[in-house]
Design a binder for this molecule. Structure first.
Ligand code: FAD
Length: 646
């Protein structure tokens, strides 16, 4: 006889349980999955055992590991989603309130914490967004987005200022249109598909950087004084953390602002800073009085002995400046210190920046689709266009799956931040997934499918390879981020361990049923929680020192969380192809997590999806510009001389 689980009766009363019975009785109710079982389900297990042969494989596995029980409650009405969790902001900012941690711990998995809503911008924000897209499209069509140095041209920056682009995230009081992050982040994906660098400028300006930092931590005087020039685009923003001696180890930050009279004198060097130049405004993480502090620095228009920038040829970002910043006793008003723990302020910026990395990924993957569609429709081999071949369709299906996954994660994580969740775990997994999806797509989908033409000038691969790979490194290299993710998770679990649920060894099959995939993902999160708790029990916090193990465990959690977010997002979509794309991504993650092989159903689902992309029927990529099919004899040698290397 098994011991009843502590607290189980609250979470899994008979009233709430729908027992998995025969296949026809089985009901998967969207909204909530309760996992656990044990004594309360003792008699039900017998009942289930009889029905074993009628169940789908994943259900049988659920049953075998006794992770059973689907709650009957209906999902909460739209608009109430996530709002019920931690009624106070201060509670939601705790790591233990994180959806990921809670899903790993609670018997009654709060699926709504993995959902997002369709949000509409205010009329003012919608106008500014549309105008900004129109400006960028106009410059793109005229070939005037970049100046003679290859940087986003001052004329474009000015036109975008007129359109309200730089003030999208600033409040109306400060000259902006006050778009929420949940509205703005998907918009950034849209802008990326028009021009990735125009979109990219918005991150150091308003996600990582000063618009966001001042908006969140500034007092009234700081907002009145510092925000309007940023919202009007008279000053663009930057975010300066990295130094020659450190990136992720902030304890090693040496840049210091010393008090002098009523002000501060800033000394130190920041490196690899995107969008920094004279006349811009930077959030600088530095030491003041021995404490990490976020200082807002309005850089002068001219350089001198006390302030200068150093240019070098960093190949990414291709059309945005990236320089070192050198200060030597540079005066900054003491009134520019943000009244917040510097570490928290920097994390706040990075959380938003990391979600935007995923938004950029959603846009970049669309650009890839735009270059591939005309190519696979035109290129014929062995008497048929390559878009009609399963191997190529499989690639296009995987691309579509990743686009929808990045959209899902962007919407989910941005809305969590709007609701004042801490977001540390969720933003890291969102960034890691988005940047790894682009890295993988760059080589396995874009390069392979374009073949030799990928190396021609004008091809997205050849022109932008550095930009396609850089997000795996900036805002934290992905493995070091995942290690940090594990440490945070371990801390939360040591503070608030799970209730010792049975280890679910679910084998999610490839299925088009998004509800089933969500159940499987929830079970994986539980299983991962149990595994981590057990490892922590043996090793304690020192487990994080076993980096290979820690990263592998954390990756499982990340993948299960992505699987859950994507399957919940897919379930609320009306477009059957978008639903299929979500199911393909969730199934692929399920296969990875369970080590199972793809089934024939999955292959068919994926290649059907890819065929739809090849035939230009996949609506999420409708607006991505279509590439031209290059013939080498038609592409001029940019060096202006015959290629004599052959
Ligand atoms: C295009 C681009 C734009 C950027 N823009 C900005 C910006 O605007 N502002 C800004 O502040 N910075 C910026 N950066 C800097 C960027 O954030 C850092 O480069 C990044 O965080 C990685 O740091 P690093 O290069 O110093 O790598 P390192 O920290 O030197 O890491 C090198 C390798 O060592 C591994 N490693 C390091 N420590 C450990 C450890 N303890 N255990 C195990 N492995 C470890 C890492 O995982 C990595 O694989 C930018 C960088 C690029 C490429």
């Amino acid at each position: 006889m098994r011991e009843p689980l502590a607290g189980r009766s609250d979470a899994m009363s008979d009233r709430e349980l729908v027992v998995l019975g025969t296949a026809s009785q089985t009901r998967v109710v969207p909204g909530r999955v309760a996992l656990g079982g044990e004594a309360a389900t003792e008699n039900q297990v017998g009942h289930l055992g009889e029905a074993d042969r009628d169940l789908r494989p994943w259900q049988t596995n659920v049953l075998r590991c006794m992770a059973i029980g689907i709650a009957k409650r209906e999902p909460p009405a739209r608009g109430r989603m996530m709002a019920g969790y931690g009624s106070k902001s201060a509670d939601r900012r705790q790591l233990v309130a994180s959806p990921v941690h809670r899903a790993m711990s609670e018997t009654d998995t709060p699926l709504e914490m993995f959902e997002s809503e369709e949000l509409l911008p205010s009329p003012a924000a919608a106008d500014a967004m549309e105008r900004s897209l129109a400006v960028t499209r106009r410059h793109a069509a005229a070939g005037t987005v970049y100046d003679s140095d290859g940087m986003v041209a001052p004329g474009v920056v000015a036109d975008l200022a007129g359109a309200g682009y730089w003030g999208l995230r600033a409040g109306a009081k400060y000259g902006g249109s006050g778009a929420s992050f949940g509205v703005w982040a998907p918009y950034v994906a849209k802008m990326t598909a028009v021009d990735p660098w125009v979109a990219g400028l918005s991150s150091p300006h308003a996600a990582l950087g000063p618009v966001n930092l001042i908006g969140r931590f500034g007092d009234d005087e700081q907002k009145q004084r510092l925000l309007p020039p940023l919202a009007r685009g008279e000053r663009l923003g930057a975010f300066a953390v990295t130094e020659p001696g450190t990136a992720s180890d902030w304890g090693a930050i040496r840049t210091t602002a010393a008090r002098s009279g009523g002000g501060l004198l800033l000394t130190g060097e920041k490196l690899f800073i995107s969008n920094v130049a004279p006349g811009r405004t930077a959030g600088v993480l530095c030491q003041i009085d021995g404490r990490l502090t976020m200082l807002i620095v309005e850089l002068p228009l001219t350089e001198d002995d006390r302030f200068r920038t150093v240019s070098y040829y960093l190949r990414a970002p291709r059309h945005i400046t990236n320089r070192a910043l050198i200060f030597d006793q540079f005066p900054v008003p003491a009134a520019n210190v943000l009244d917040a723990n510097g570490r928290s302020a920097a994390y706040h910026g990075l959380n938003h920046g990391r979600v935007l990395v995923c938004a950029f990924s959603a846009g970049i993957l669309r650009l890839m689709a735009g270059t591939l569609i005309p190519w696979v429709q035109t290129r014929e081999t062995f008497g048929a266009v390559i878009g009609s071949r399963e191997l190529v369709q499989r690639r296009l299906g995987r691309l579509a799956a990743r686009i929808v996954a990045c959209d899902a994660l962007t919407a989910w994580a941005s809305q969590l931040l709007d609701r004042d969740y801490r977001g540390e775990l969720e933003c890291v997994l969102t960034k890691v997934f988005g940047s790894e999806a682009v890295k993988e797509a760059t080589v396995d989908l874009l390069l392979k499918t374009h073949g030799s033409r990928a190396f021609l000038p004008g091809n997205l691969f050849s022109d932008s390879i550095y930009d396609l790979l850089a997000p795996t490194v900036f805002e934290g290299e992905n493995e070091i981020l995942t290690l940090g993710f594990f440490s945070s998770l371990a801390k939360a679990r040591l503070a608030s361990p799970g209730p010792g649920l049975p280890l679910a060894q679910l084998r999610p099959a490839s299925t088009p049923h998004l509800e089933e995939l969500a159940v499987a993902a929830a079970a994986e999160l539980h299983g991962a929680g149990r595994e981590i708790d057990s490892a922590l029990h043996h090793e304690g916090a020192a487990l994080a020192q076993h980096q290979a193990t820690a990263v592998e465990l954390a990756q499982r959690v990340q993948q299960a969380a992505v699987m859950l977010v994507v399957s919940r997002y897919g379930a609320r979509q009306n477009d059957p192809l978008v639903r299929n794309a979500a199911a393909c991504m969730a199934s692929e993650l399920g296969q990875r997590l369970s080590g199972s092989r793809p089934t024939a159903t999955y292959h068919r689902m994926l290649t059907d999806l890819g065929a739809a992309v090849a035939e230009d029927r996949f609506s999420p990529v409708a607006e991505a510009p279509r590439g031209t099919v290059a013939m080498p004899s038609h592409v001029p040698d940019p060096r202006g001389r015959p290629d004599d290397r052959r």
